[in-house]
Design a protein around this ligand. Structure first.
Ligand code: AMP
Length: 283
């Protein structure tokens, strides 16, 4: 099937109706564009899951209501033409890329709130972020009615919150978590990497190194406090970095961990100049 791109909800629903009638697998991969190898891996997994009869839907939407910082929204990288090429090469059937005015009614007054998993990490440092994420995903799930949706573990807290949302709201979709795709030097692919200078790109590898060190220390029984201090010191030794958070949390509840219990997660958000990068590692 030749890939089709839609900018309105009506077009999208029109194309999907026959697949719903036929009970075809419909696999959704939500993105904010500026697509890279991490997104590509999700889309390829979606293609495999969909099989021959199923359809892969990629949404490309820089969701304004999940940005708590206007300048982050304004400077968010956008590469629309390249995105379509990547989608086509990955075997996507339908791309949905609506304008904000198409997505949201002007007098919108309902949103989805999560008030436990989102109290830590990115939820604590980006007020309103996860409400914006859950709200747009509730809309996308209703519009696409996918059988399955795939999310990256790069945004681990987001994945945990989405799993909880579909459980608590009985949304009939299977959620899949995909492994983090990294550059050879260990830096996780991120759309925001495009905003780093070549020097910052080299420096940013320190997040991965600090996470790996934290994992080793945690596993060999070093206390949580020391593990975090050592990792933070490694990152702070690089000039121009600022740690937003560096935490060890329970991998399911996202709450800070006291002892060396598993499953745990080391997660960090670090500024390089004004670019904020996140990464994590499962323990
Ligand atoms: P975004 O466009 O940043 O909102 O990301 C869209 C989806 O791609 C989310 O589910 C992310 O977790 C996932 N993703 C982003 N970067 C990576 C990566 N390096 N590896 C795996 N998945 C990723």
């Amino acid at each position: 099937m030749r890939m089709q791109t839609f900018s309105t909800k009506a077009q999208l629903k029109g194309a999907l109706s026959k697949h719903h009638r036929q009970n075809d697998p419909v696999i959704l991969v939500p993105t904010m564009g500026a697509l890279h190898s991490g997104h590509r891996s999700l889309l390829e997994q979606a293609r495999k899951l969909a099989g021959e009869d199923g359809v892969v839907v990629a949404s490309i939407f820089v969701n304004p209501i999940q940005f708590n910082n206007t300048s982050d929204l304004q400077t968010y990288p956008r590469t629309p033409e390249k995105d379509l090429e990547l989608c086509e090469a990955a075997g996507v059937d339908y791309v949905f890329s609506p304008a904000p005015e198409e997505m949201y009614a002007g007098e919108r007054s309902i949103s989805v709130e999560e008030d436990f998993l989102s109290t830590t990490l990115c939820g604590a440092s980006r007020p309103g972020h996860f409400s914006g994420v859950c709200t747009v995903l509730a809309k996308l799930f209703n519009l696409v009615q996918p059988t399955d949706a795939i999310f990256g573990k790069k945004d681990y807290q987001q994945l945990a919150i989405i799993r909880r949302m579909v459980r608590d709201l009985d949304i009939p979709v299977r959620i899949h978590g995909a492994e983090i795709v990294r550059h050879e030097n260990g830096l996780a692919y991120s759309s925001r990497n495009a905003r780093l200078s070549p020097e910052q790109k080299e420096q940013a590898v320190v997040i991965r190194k600090a996470m790996l060190q934290a994992r080793d220390e945690f596993r060999s029984g070093t206390g949580v406090r020391e593990v975090k201090d050592h990792a933070a010191a490694m990152i702070e030794a690089v000039p121009g970095t600022r740690i937003d958070y560096l935490e060890i949390v329970d991998a399911e509840t996202m709450q800070p961990l006291e002892g060396n219990r598993e499953p745990a997660l080391v997660a960090a958000a670090v500024y390089f100049g004004d670019v904020r990068l996140i990464d994590n590692i499962e323990l």
